[in-house]
Design a protein around this ligand. Sequence first.
Ligand SMILES: C[S@@+](CC[C@H](N)C(=O)[O-])C[C@H]1O[C@@H](n2cnc3c(N)ncnc32)[C@H](O)[C@@H]1O
Length: 213
Amino acid sequence: MPLVDNDVDLYCERHSHQPSDLLNELFVATHQRTEWAIMLVGPLEASVLRMLIQTSGAKRVLELGTFTGYSALAMAEALPADGQLITLDMDAETTAIGKEFWARSPHGHKIESKLGPALETLTELEGQFDLIFIDADKHNYPHYWEACVPMLNPGGLIVVDNVFLGGRSLNPESEVAAAVDGMNRRAHEDTRVECTMLSVRDGMLVGRRVHDA
Ligand SMILES: C[S@@+](CC[C@H](N)C(=O)[O-])C[C@H]1O[C@@H](n2cnc3c(N)ncnc32)[C@H](O)[C@@H]1O
């Protein structure tokens, strides 16, 4: 259930930075080659991620939830030439579609994919990140929050997609809705991070790491 009126969404999309031709091609290919194109962040959120990377000067980005590599490519396009993006997913088939398109992009060399359950892969990563984008399975959102906040550089951004869960997190009646709502509450109370929640599409939470608790 989209909470934001579709016409408003399209109006915002039309008046925001437009995706590259390759991103548009990947968007179409995802619709043709998978059954879950609805999972894509789409052009509007991609422009928000791009804006956050460019205004914050982020150089090292971590993404949870690659799917067909659309948001990864959108972020890689916004990173400087020496930028790096690590993206995690457990689906080799959809990740392979992403790899096809990254190989055709002058920004593709910035992207590194790691396959496996994200919670496990997270424990193997080294170093801090300037921006972390959480867009994998929603049941694990509270765990992703706890694992990712310590991985942020001071001033680093944490961005979480689908924080409305189609409206279900506003009045949680299922386990997954309670998980997303629980993470939203935790984020709000977390003194390490200052947050703002944006009503962009299915809701984007943006937090900036301020200090250690
Ligand atoms: C919403 S999609 C990501 C969309 C992508 N960020 C984009 O907009 O282009 C969520 C992805 O999370 C992956 N996923 C689900 N559970 C996972 C887990 N436990 N570990 C790693 N990836 C997982 C799915 O395979 C799926 O590709």
